[in-house]
Design a protein. Structure first.
Length: 313
């Protein structure tokens, strides 16, 4: 297959390109920068064809994808800065990227009659209760601008296409970009005590593992809505932080043990810094993956172990 991937300057796009190439597929990467600006790690993403494209510009999208002539598009590009999305001066660009940009891609996929994979989020739901969200649940009620625009992106995809995958993910971490794990590791270098929210529940998603699943999916015609995070159970951000530091200590990094940095559980209300309202319940039900014949991701604990071995910290 020839697959066009947007957002290769980010965590997921980087790993998706590498997985496609590993499988023998032809991959073409894209982002808004004039040339690839992700980490220069020598992996396949740094060497595959790259096309600069502004997804908010319909003519740019149409022209680029028509020239590439892919068999499928995996749309990883998005505005993902959740708090910044709440700023009044940012809301129009967030809408342009997450809604208009997604619809531009859906329109050309419709014209070329090729499948589109769209990466979405648990933030399309209101995060109430403690029951995991089902992938085919339509009880949408996003709490913030980011969630609203990602939902509008989902609706744009389903409006124009029948051949689509909508994959909702949560708590993402990867090598190529900022994420919660890197933030916690860095905070521990300058703080003896870190307060972390303990009443928001979900499961982390390692982009390396997710990329494998996404390529498994794009090789099929088992279209529809799916939820995908690592296995290993539902946890809080506090639990996540404790495991990150525990694994670091196992690797010999004693500066992350409890005598050097303590982690305090706090409620969202006590933490009280975020501009954006965040969901308490980010539990995503992933049973549809197995029902449709897809291999689930490894446990998040195993993913954290492998990730820490990959990065420098």
């Amino acid at each position: 297959m020839k697959v066009f991937v947007t957002g290769v300057g980010g965590q997921l796009g980087h790993d998706v390109i590498n997985e496609l190439v590993k499988r023998g597929h032809e991959a073409v990467g894209s982002d808004i920068a004039s040339e690839y600006q992700g980490i220069a790690d020598g992996s396949a993403v740094t060497e595959v064809p790259y096309r600069a494209m502004d997804i908010t510009d319909a003519s740019s999208v149409t022209q680029t994808i028509e020239q590439v002539k892919p068999d499928a598009v995996i749309h990883c590009a998005a505005w993902t800065a959740v708090d910044a999305a709440e700023d009044e001066d940012k809301q129009e660009i967030v809408h342009q990227v997450n809604v208009v940009g997604t619809e531009n891609i859906a329109l050309i996929c419709e014209q070329l009659d090729i499948p589109m994979m769209y990466l979405s989020t648990d933030y399309v739901f209101d995060g109430q209760g403690d029951i995991p969200w089902q992938p085919d649940c339509k009880d949408y009620k996003p709490l913030n601008v980011y969630g609203q625009t990602k939902l509008a992106g989902e609706l744009a995809v389903t409006k124009h296409l029948e051949k689509y995958f909508i994959i909702r993910i949560a708590w993402v971490f990867g090598k190529n970009g900022k994420n919660f794990i890197k933030t916690m590791l860095n905070l521990a270098k300058t703080h003896k005590q870190i307060s972390v929210v303990s009443d928001q529940m979900g499961t982390p998603t390692y982009t390396y593992d997710l990329a494998r699943l996404l390529v498994d999916m794009i090789e099929t015609d088992r279209y529809g809505y799916y939820h995908a995070t690592n296995e290993g159970g539902y946890i809080s951000w506090y639990d996540f932080t404790k495991e990150i530091f525990r694994q670091a200590v196992v690797m010999g990094r004693t500066e992350y043990d409890e005598s050097h940095v303590s982690v305090l559980p706090v409620t969202t209300e006590e933490y009280g810094i975020s501009k954006a309202v965040r969901p308490f319940n980010s539990r995503l039900d992933k049973s549809k993956l197995v029902e449709q014949g897809f291999l689930p991701l490894p446990t998040w604990q195993d993913a954290v172990k492998r990730y820490l071995q990959e990065i420098e910290f």
